[in-house]
Design a protein around this ligand. Structure first.
Ligand code: NAD
Ligand code: DAU
Length: 328
């Protein structure tokens, strides 16, 4: 296939591209914002075409889509704390960017897979048995999740009104190599590696449903190849953990006292718990996650950050300076 991967220089997109090049011809469209990097694509640089550009640039997107058999749309502004500080880029990239992709695939009849998040469903109570399913009502809490929800709504409308051949997936929290050091797990690992104290928001009771990035991407492939047009699929690996436990596990795996961290100012409107019921994906498409031992996955991720300081080192000071200003 000739694949157009938007946001392919970011965390999940780069991991997706690494796995795609063996069998497919890949063009990456990425604005190379603070969150994207050429270095993340260095292992495959000779096998891909990397176009630096904005997913909201209709003329560019139209031209690239016309040359493609399928589009996998990862490009987004993705960090909740950044959205709280300045929502505008989230509206541009997540809403207008997705609209631009939709108009191009509509014009050229190209298959689209839209990457979304479980955050569109809002949050759950800690003790309720319910998890998110494909039928859960949208109830986003943050400027980030509301723009992702808007994008999902556009995709659904373009399928119904214009017959666009699109699928959507809503995945839970990813971890693994090449994740930006602004995010929870890489931030704490690199805090330890640079002699800083890890930072936990509030009490750390908030629960996230962790999945290894390779498992997310293997699910995306199942949906892209065999998913039913117009459908939404939820991707998760039954990896619920509260933030305090994840923090203590990271510290223990890194040979530190598990309580050697600081509690910092909580996130405004902080979603309490996310949890995905992945049974549709398993039952209908036969998908299974491979990284089922979270501690093993964390250990490998810690090793990756230990061995790749040249990738994250140049980003770290700036990220921590921004957090410090916010008291986090
Ligand atoms: P990321 O922030 O690491 O990467 C985003 C990429 O998009 C970057 O390379 C950035 O340069 C690019 N980009 C941003 N604005 C752009 C624009 N206007 N034009 C072109 N490119 C632009 O994000 P990620 O964590 O890899 O997330 C990828 C997708 O997966 C997003 O749609 C996100 O909502 C979704 N998602 C992420 C997670 C997670 O845990 N990280 C979970 C579920 C869903
Ligand atoms: O659920 C999927 C979502 O997961 C994706 O859609 C988002 O793009 C992705 O960023 C992620 O969102 P979260 O807000 O859950 O991830 P983040 O890594 O920012 O934070 C994870 C949890 O850890 C959250 O409860 C906030 C907390 N946290 C975060 C940071 C950065 C801390 O306690 N300390 C920190 O330093």
């Amino acid at each position: 296939m000739r694949l157009l991967v938007t946001g392919g220089a970011g965390f999940i997109g780069a991991n997706f591209v690494h796995g795609a090049v063996a069998e497919h011809s890949v063009t990456v469209l990425d604005a190379l914002t603070y969150a994207g990097s050429r270095e993340s694509l260095a292992p495959v640089e000779d096998d891909i075409r990397l176009i630096q550009g904005d997913v909201g640039d209709a003329e560019l997107v139209n031209r690239l889509v016309a040359e493609s058999d399928a589009v996998v749309h990862f490009a987004a502004e993705t960090h909740v704390d950044n959205a709280l500080a300045d929502p505008e880029p989230f509206l541009h990239t997540n809403v207008i960017g997705t609209y631009t992709v939709l108009e191009a695939v509509r014009q050229h009849g190209v298959r689209l897979h839209h990457i979304s998040t479980d955050e569109v469903y809002g949050d759950l109570e800690l003790d309720e048995p319910r998890r998110f399913t494909e039928g859960t009502a949208y109830n986003p809490s943050s400027p980030y999740s509301s723009t992702k929800a808007a994008a999902d709504m556009l995709v659904r409308a373009w399928v119904r009104s214009y017959g666009v051949r699109a699928t959507i997936s809503n995945c839970s929290n990813n971890y693994g190599p090449y994740q930006h050091v602004e995010k929870f797990i890489p931030r704490q690992i690199t805090n330890v590696l640079t002699g800083r104290r890890p930072k936990l928001y509030g009490t750390g009771a908030n629960v996230r449903d962790w999945i290894h990035v390779d498992d997310h991407n293997s699910a995306v492939w199942r949906i892209l190849l065999d998913g039913e047009i117009g459908r939404t699929y939820l991707i998760g690996a039954e990896g619920e953990r509260d933030n305090l436990s994840v923090m203590r596990t990271i510290l223990t795996l890194m040979g530190r006292d598990p309580d050697d961290f600081d509690h910092v100012v909580d996130r405004a409107g902080h979603d309490l718990r996310y949890a995905i019921d992945p049974s549709t994906l398993r039952d209908e498409l036969g998908w299974e996650p491979k990284h089922t031992d979270f501690e093993d996955g964390l250990r490998a991720t810690i090793d990756w950050y230990r061995n790749n300081e040249s990738w994250w080192g140049p980003l770290k000071e700036q990220v921590e300076a921004v957090y410090e200003k916010r008291g986090q």
